[in-house]
Ligand binder design. Structure first.
Ligand SMILES: [Zn+2]
Length: 99
């Protein structure tokens, strides 16, 4: 997939969205400020997940996990961070940079 990165993206001016550092909307990676190594690695994990599952299946599964987690944890941060795609991306990023 040919990925294009947009830094300082206007989307992050929106409430709620501005809490995030970057969002992958394949084939684009939208970044709030300037992208750093960790964020680039994390978002690239999502690109690989998307390439594996296909764009439609990835986003449908992602949103379903978010909803299920929201009902379970009643908390947006947990609902987001416990999506298996996010858990994998955070774990691989941590392992890669040996933090
Ligand atoms: Zn992520």
């Amino acid at each position: 997939m040919q990925v294009k990165i947009y830094e300082n993206h206007w989307l992050f001016k929106l409430p709620y969205i501005k809490e995030y550092t970057a969002i992958t909307l394949a084939p684009y990676i939208l970044v709030r400020d300037k992208i750093d190594e960790d964020t680039l690695f994390h978002e690239n994990v999502h690109i690989q997940q998307i390439e594996k599952l296909g764009i439609t299946r990835f986003y449908i599964t992602y949103i379903l996990w978010f909803v299920v987690n929201l009902l379970k944890y009643r908390n947006v941060i947990d609902a987001y961070s416990r999506i298996p795609f996010e858990e994998e991306a955070y774990r691989l990023t941590k392992e890669h940079f040996k933090k």
